[in-house]
Design a protein around this ligand. Sequence first.
Ligand code: ADP
Length: 193
Amino acid sequence: MGEQPLPPSPAPYRPLPPMKQFDAIQGDITQQRLDAIVNAANTTLLGGGGVDGAIHRTAGPELLEACRALGGCPTGEARITRGYRLPAKYVIHTVGPVWSGGRRGEPELLRACYVKSLRLASERGIKSVAFPSISTGAYRYPIEQAARIAVETVREALGKPTSVDLVRFVCFSAGDLEVYRQLLGERGAGSGT
Ligand code: ADP
């Protein structure tokens, strides 16, 4: 019945820094219930084919109205609107480069799409963002090269102060997903820091 010895005192409590993560899935970006989805738009911002068309169809005509008010967007830059009828609250519209061999600034412009999209997200306090594979459809950027830029740029951005703590790459095809998975696996899947 004597007093029990006290257990050794635990290490002082130190909250962990918030975990920042990224991952890749196969799916339709219009169905993603994250704070923001990114649109691979064109410079007019007035809609197009591919992922752009799908986003406008799901978001409804209010999105086109909001985009019209923005008056376009240069390649390598980004703009933000609400998501209207999408499950995501915001759409970040960015314009990827058209591939024409890789010596016309395509890598820098593609990188800028990811940097500027994430910067806009952070300015709005957005926590979760889904990206499509920008420029690799109609704009013909080779998927291996584009995905490497996407993953490296996002990894870097999440290592700096930002409100964003989840980035999800939403691949339309199983082949694209495989490319992203390989890249994410190179330094430990899903760990952004
Ligand atoms: P870009 O003009 O920038 O090349 P595209 O829309 O043509 O843009 O293609 C970009 C990528 O988006 C391609 O990999 C394409 O397969 C993919 N994509 C098309 N529709 C969707 C969708 N609903 N969700 C996610 N990705 C999509």
